[in-house]
Design a binder for this molecule. Structure first.
Ligand code: F6P
Length: 343
C-alpha cells in the first residue's frame, strides 16, 4: 500500500519522530511505500510532495520542526479542496493519508473522511488541548522550555524586587501555564479556564512581599484575557496578556513589574526524550491502523496505553486543564488572601 503523510497547523517538536516511526514500521513490516505531502494541506491542494523512505527519514528523530514543512492553510476553506486532495492522492497512487496535527487538522481529517478519503490522525499540539487523548507530543518539550525560562526569571526577579510575568503559549487552554508554572514554582498561575480576578492576583503578589520574599513570578497562558479592557480578547498586537497584566499589576500594587513572552521558542528545537518516544509510539500505531484499513480514526494515549478513537471524539471542544490539576495549583497558596490596596 502507498501511504501519504502530511503535517499541518503550527509545528511542534516530535513531528519528525512520528514521520520516521511510521515510515520505518510501514516499510520494514508491511512493505508500504510513502509519499510526504509538503507545507500542510497546501501539498495536497497544489501537489507538493517529497519522497519518504528509510533514507530520507534517517537521523531526523531528534530534529525539531518537520521535514515536510507545515502551513495553517485549512483545506475546508479552499474551494474544491477535497476534490483536489483526492486527485493529488490518486496521482501518487496513495490509498490512505496519515494527518499529523491539532484541532483544525483533525477537523479537516474528519471532513475528508466524510467525503470518502481514507485518513488516520495523529494528535499534535504543544497546547495539549486535543480531546480524546491524554497527551499530545510536543507538550512536554514546551513545558520543559518554559520551566527553564521560569527558573531563570526567579533569580532576576529576586535581584530587583520585581514582579515578572512569563506569558506562555496556550490559545484556548492553560496546560503549559499550569504544568510549567507548577514545575517552575510560579507564585501565580493565570489560565483561560478560570476568569482573571485582579484583586486575587494582587493579593497573592502582596503576600510574597509581606512574607519577605519581595518578588513574584506570574505565569500566564496567552489565551487568558482581562474582561472589560482592551485586552478583553487576547491580541498579540497589544502585546498580549502578559503586557496587560504587567501594566495593571504595577499600577495597583506599586511593585515594579516586567513581562516577557516566550512565544515560538516553546515550539522550536529538539524534542524531549518523552516527546520522542510518545511521537514514535503514535507513528507506529498510526501505520498499524492504516494497514488494518480502519479509517476515520485518530491514535491517542489513554491511561498510558496507545489506542485509537473515532475522529469525531478528537474534534470535540478543546480539553481544558482538569479540576485535579487546578486543585493542586490552589493547594499551594494560602487560602482567603485579601488585597489591601497599594503596598
Ligand atoms: O500550535 C499551537 C500554537 O502554538 C498556540 O499555542 C499559539 O497560539 C499558536 O500556535 C501560534 O500560531 P502561529 O505560529 O501561527 O502564530
Amino acid at each position: 500500500m502507498r501511504i501519504g503523510i502530511v503535517t499541518a497547523g503550527g509545528d511542534c517538536p516530535g513531528l519528525n519522530a512520528v514521520i520516521r516511526a511510521a515510515v520505518r514500521k510501514g516499510v520494514l513490516h508491511y512493505g508500504n511505500e510513502f509519499v510526504g505531502f509538503t507545507e500542510g494541506w497546501r501539498g495536497l491542494i497544489e501537489d507538493l510532495s517529497m519522497p519518504l523512505n528509510l533514507q530520507t527519514t534517517d537521523e531526523i528523530l531528534s530534529r525539531g520542526g518537520t521535514i515536510l514543512r507545515s502551513s495553517r492553510l485549512d483545506i475546508r476553506q479552499v474551494h474544491g479542496g477535497y476534490v483536489k486532495c483526492m486527485q493529488t492522492m490518486a496521482r501518487h497512487g496513495v490509498e490512505a493519508l496519515i494527518a499529523i496535527g491539532g484541532n483544525g487538522t483533525q477537523a479537516a481529517s474528519l471532513a475528508l473522511t466524510e467525503v470518502g478519503v481514507n485518513v488516520v490522525g495523529v494528535p499534535k499540539t504543544i497546547d495539549n488541548d486535543l480531546s480524546g487523548t491524554d497527551m499530545c507530543f510536543g507538550f512536554d518539550t514546551a513545558v520543559n522550555v518554559a520551566t527553564e525560562a521560569i527558573d531563570r526569571l526567579h533569580t532576576t526577579a529576586e535581584a530587583h524586587n520585581r514582579v515578572i510575568i512569563c506569558e506562555v503559549m496556550g490559545r484556548h487552554t492553560g496546560w503549559i501555564a499550569a504544568c510549567a508554572g507548577l514545575a517552575g514554582g510560579a507564585h501565580v498561575i493565570v489560565i483561560p479556564e478560570r476568569p482573571i480576578d485582579l484583586d486575587d492576583i494582587c493579593a497573592q503578589v502582596q503576600y510574597e512581599w509581606q512574607e519577605g520574599r519581595q518578588y513574584a513570578i506570574i505565569v500566564a497562558a496567552e489565551g487568558a484575557h482581562l474582561p472589560n479592557t482592551e485586552w478583553a480578547s487576547p491580541s498579540r498586537k497589544l502585546g498580549g496578556i502578559g503586557v496587560a497584566l504587567a501594566k495593571v499589576i504595577e499600577e495597583r500594587t506599586g511593585y515594579e513589574t516586567r513581562s516577557i513572552s516566550l512565544g515560538h521558542v516553546q515550539r522550536g528545537g529538539t524534542p524531549t526524550a518523552y516527546d520522542r518516544q510518545l511521537a514514535t509510539r503514535y507513528g507506529v500505531a498510526a501505520v498499524d491502523v492504516v494497514n488494518e484499513r480502519r479509517y476515520g480514526r485518530m491514535v491517542a494515549l489513554k491511561n498510558s496505553v496507545i489506542v485509537d478513537i473515532p475522529l469525531e471524539d478528537a474534534v470535540a471542544p478543546p480539553r481544558g486543564v482538569d479540576a485535579q490539576l487546578m486543585g493542586v495549583i490552589t493547594a499551594l497558596r494560602p487560602p482567603a488572601l485579601k488585597y489591601s490596596g497599594l503596598s
